[in-house]
Design a protein around this ligand. Structure first.
Ligand code: ADP
Ligand code: MG
Length: 256
């Protein structure tokens, strides 16, 4: 049975997509069967997996509004060795259309039922909002992975996200839990980052992943080649950190 995880944080530019794409590729590298779901109309996870969002005939939009079934939407990431439910701007329209539909928060969960036995991990890349799309991700998932930068304001945004997760847990999805916080774009030379990192460990304990992803230019370059960072330059510090994170996830799911 696939374990389904959302990569979420309502702030933009915090490393959600980079985490989703690289975790998917690192898990695949470790022999896991992975499906990545792009729930962001920006389609960055799609492009970063080597799939051209501009030429898609069908996307996750069609799946959510019931115009296509999952096998018709799914494509393979060749460089990543995982499957993708891709997205593009069409998905922006889903936000409004979903409101009119039955089981509007559960459209993704219902669609994924078909393939739970085909994968070990399903990773959902959420948009930078607490919208109907993110809600679909949270309702489908067993857990949430929260990437964050160790900055002062990071903690402030976190409480909104944690409250949303609590509400979804209480009202819509009893399975949902926070799997962990992943420190990304980390620069150990910055004292404030060390302080916030220590604060996170103090406050969230073992909910903070041991793996720490450094700021690494190879991870930022990889998407322009349509190749996940862990494949683009496997010797880079960023790639090694995501490989370590993938191993940590493989261990952590055993305890769920
Ligand atoms: P989000 O999906 O939360 O909006 P992204 O993953 O797209 O965030 O990251 C935002 C920007 O930061 C992108 O340009 C990405 O390439 C860059 N980035 C992400 N993680 C790292 C990292 N560890 N080191 C350097 N650049 C990074
Ligand atoms: Mg993104």
């Amino acid at each position: 049975m696939a374990r389904i995880f959302c990569v979420a944080n309502q702030k933009g530019g915090v490393g959600k997509t980079t985490t989703c794409v690289n975790l998917a590729a690192a898990l695949a590298e470790a022999g896991q069967r992975v499906l990545l779901v792009d729930l962001d109309p920006q389609g960055n996870a799609t492009m970063g997996s080597g799939i051209d969002k501009r030429t898609l005939e069908r996307s996750v939009y069609h799946l959510l509004v019931g115009l296509a079934d999952l096998p018709a939407v799914r494509v393979a990431s060749e460089p990543g060795k995982y499957d993708v439910l891709p997205a593009n701007r069409d998905l922006a329209g889903a936000e409004v259309e979903l409101v009119e539909l039955d089981r509007r928060e559960n459209r993704l969960r219902d669609a994924l039922r078909l393939v739970v036995n085909d994968y070990d991990f399903v990773l959902v890349d959420c948009p930078p909002s607490l919208s109907m799309l993110t809600l679909n991700g949270l309702c489908a998932a067993h857990g949430v992975i929260i990437p964050m930068q160790c900055e002062y304001y990071a903690l402030e945004g976190l409480s909104d996200l944690v409250n949303t997760i609590k509400k979804v847990h209480a009202n819509l999805n009893r399975d949902l839990k926070i799997i962990g916080l992943l420190r990304v774009m980390f620069d150990p030379r910055v004292t404030l980052q060390q302080q916030v990192s220590a604060q996170l460990e103090g406050h969230f304990g073992d909910k903070v992943f041991s793996a720490i992803v450094p700021r690494n230019v190879r991870l930022a370059e990889a998407p322009s080649h349509g190749i996940p960072g862990v494949v683009f330059d496997r010797a880079s510090k960023g790639a090694k950190a995501y490989m370590a994170f993938a191993n940590e996830m493989i261990e952590r799911v055993k305890t769920l």
